[in-house]
Write a protein that binds this ligand. Structure first.
Ligand SMILES: Nc1ncnc2c1ncn2[C@@H]1O[C@H](COP(=O)(O)OP(=O)(O)O)[C@@H](O)[C@H]1O
Ligand SMILES: [Mg+2]
Ligand SMILES: [Zn+2]
Length: 605
């Protein structure tokens, strides 16, 4: 037995069988029942929602030999009804406007219109896709349409009524067909499957409905496809998803679940599988967005069943899930996935875009309300003002800041990170953790501005030993410069770029890289050298000869000047602070809340 496609097998034969176009069928049915029938109808609406079907019903209603008085429903069995149904009625003509666009076809039609019907009571002319006619054809049609012979009825059908000239529109009684709502369509399909005696999962049905987009014809041809794929037996949702190459709900649900729980790996694996099965990235992203939309709707209106296209079972699951995820989180995920759909439309690398979006969504930090954010920023600011957060409530005095003017000459402002910012008594072994074994005071370099009293800092202990290791040399040299800075900032500044090339009891050799020749000349002046000697005498009980020379930048890479050491330290400190800023929860929240990216981090080092 040949298989009759479902769309033909289940083409409605009466007004009441037509699904989801009640606004049209009721009006038409009433007009027919009352005998007030217009001579020209215009049926507009998307494909596959019943225009041709209803044109045939109109043809039958006009010609049925067994109409019950007061009713418009054709009997479906008389010769008029059957001949129109099987396309053999000479007086019922369906013509395709797209392939008969020209004036000749319409002339032929208007010619034929004049003759009485051969068999039926009324001649019915249906012109499908009537918007395709040429202007001349429209003009030729116009006159007949205005005053057709009493035995003729026209039905014009189109998916694009805006392309029709007003002259045509104004001569027809217009009916607008709509896409069939999902719940209605699901009912209709379920009834058909029942009559076919084929079992189908509710999820499978929903999937077909969703994919058909509200077109009954599309839904039915999808069903044909699925039936021939599955063969005998019940139809499962996964099979439908496979045939249609779409994301089924269980996949979408698994994906959204993984995303909500932050399991990016699981989400990516599910995508991988789906794509292998032939689902494309755009469909996946859309399915996720739709699912999130449903969750969001059910979170605010759990009892409004009609707002979500799903079977009762699915809806119950959705409601449970909607209750388990935080509302802000759903919206946040929705926003990001929506952006992903947008990006997918523009990219040649859909997989990359989708994967990145899923990773993003899975790793999104929970949203913080803006109010909280501002409050926390405020707290942070307070803590910074108080000084590093150690304050514990009592407001600490602001740290001494270097005077900006003193910056004209590079000044030794930085200190070793571990050392406290103020000079400390050095008399006893220093209690602060010392990085190196030698019992020497922390090499404090005073800030270049208001200098704290460190004059007598070194007094009381014995002279420093002459440093030997590179680390010691640098630290002691910094200490010396600190002393110099305490006397005069520019004094210390002159020696800052100098590398200590050698330091023995008799000789201190300072090398200035070539670009610091000016500093070298300054350092060589008598009073500068004298001041340096003074510090060495006081602190190291030493009176070495001081040799100042220019060196090749690369000559003594191990020796480092205070300037270089300071720079290195501040760049390390800057990277550290940048990393801190990047990793700070508030930064992350702000980035996620506004979908922003870090362009630049400004630190004060
Ligand atoms: N409103 C409807 N109710 C029931 N079945 C419909 C409806 N609309 C379309 N169909 C089904 O789709 C098939 C094609 O519909 P048709 O009326 O030709 O659509 P069109 O609007 O494109 O002219 C029909 O044979 C029927 O099986
Ligand atoms: Mg049609
Ligand atoms: Zn009949």
């Amino acid at each position: 037995m040949s298989y009759l496609v479902l769309a033909r097998k289940y083409r409605p034969a009466t007004f009441s069988e037509v699904v989801g176009q009640e606004h049209v069928t009721r009006t038409l049915g009433n007009a027919f029942a009352a005998g007030r029938v217009h001579h020209a109808f215009l049926f507009c609406g998307p494909r596959g929602c019943g225009k041709t079907t209803l044109a045939r019903i109109v043809g039958k209603a006009l010609n049925c030999e067994r109409l019950t008085p007061g009713s418009a429903e054709p009997c479906g069995t008389c010769s008029a009804c059957t001949s129109i149904g099987d396309g053999s009625a000479v007086d019922y003509q369906e013509m395709d406007g797209a392939s008969n666009r020209g004036i000749d076809a319409i002339r032929e039609l208007t010619e034929a219109v004049r003759y009485q019907p051969a068999v039926l009571r009324k001649k019915v002319y249906v012109i499908d896709e009537v918007h395709m006619l040429t202007t001349e054809a429209f003009n030729a049609l116009l006159k007949t349409l205005e005053e057709p012979p009493p035995h003729v009825t026209f039905v014009l059908a189109t998916t694009e009524p805006h392309k029709l000239p007003n002259t045509i529109l104004s001569r027809c009684q217009r009916y607008d067909f709509k896409l069939v709502p999902a719940s209605r369509l699901a009912q209709h399909l379920a009834a058909i499957f029942a009559r076919e005696q084929i079992a189908i999962e509710p999820g499978a049905l929903s999937l077909v409905v969703r994919e058909s987009g509200g077109s009954v014809r599309d839904a039915l041809s999808l069903c044909d496809q699925i039936i021939s794929y599955v063969g005998a037996g019940a139809i499962a949702e996964a099979q439908v998803a496979e045939v249609l190459g779409v994301a089924d709900r269980s996949l979408t649900r698994a994906l959204v679940g993984a995303l909500a729980a932050g399991r990016a790996g699981d989400a990516l694996a599910a995508v991988e599988q789906a794509i292998e099965r032939g689902v494309d990235e755009v469909q996946l992203a859309r399915a996720i967005v739709r699912y999130l939309r449903d969750l969001a709707v059910l979170q605010v209106a759990p009892d409004r069943a009609g707002l979500v296209d799903a079977s009762d079972e699915e809806r119950a699951e959705l409601v449970a899930e909607a209750g388990a995820i935080e509302r802000g989180r759903v919206t946040q995920m929705f926003d990001r996935m929506l952006r992903c759909c947008d990006e997918l439309g523009k990219t040649l690398q859909p997989r990359l875009v989708l994967d990145c979006a899923l990773i993003d969504v899975a790793t999104l930090e929970p949203l913080v309300p803006l109010g909280d954010l501002i409050e926390r920023l405020g707290e942070l600011e307070q803590r910074i003002v108080r000084g590093g957060g150690g304050g514990g409530g009592k407001p600490a005095p602001p740290p001494a800041k270097p005077v900006p003017a003193a910056r004209a000459v590079p000044a030794p402002v930085a200190q070793p990170v571990s050392a406290p910012p103020v000079a400390q008594p050095v008399s006893a072994p220093v209690p602060v953790a010392q990085p190196v074994s030698a019992p020497i005071p922390a090499p404090v370099i005073a800030p270049s501005g208001p200098v704290p009293a460190i004059e007598n800092a070194a007094s009381g202990s014995g002279p420093h030993p002459i440093p030997t290791s590179e680390a010691d040399v640098l630290r002691e040299w910094e200490f010396v410069l600190g002393k110099l800075a305490a006397q005069n900032v520019t004094l210390a500044g002159a020696f800052e770029p100098a590398r200590v090339m050698a330091w023995t009891p008799n000789r201190l050799e300072l090398g200035f890289p070539a670009q610091f020749e000016a500093n070298k000349e300054l350092a060589e002046t008598k009073d500068k050298l004298e001041a340096l000697r003074g510090v060495l005498r006081a602190e190291f009980a030493q009176a070495p000869s001081i040799l100042v020379k220019l060196i090749d930048e690369a000559a003594a890479p191990a020796a480092r000047s205070v300037l270089e050491a300071t720079r290195e330290r501040s760049s390390a400190e800057r990277s550290k602070r940048e990393a801190e800023a990047r990793e700070h929860p508030i930064t992350k929240h702000v980035l996620h809340a506004f979908g922003a990216q870090i362009k630049e981090i400004k630190t004060d080092v």
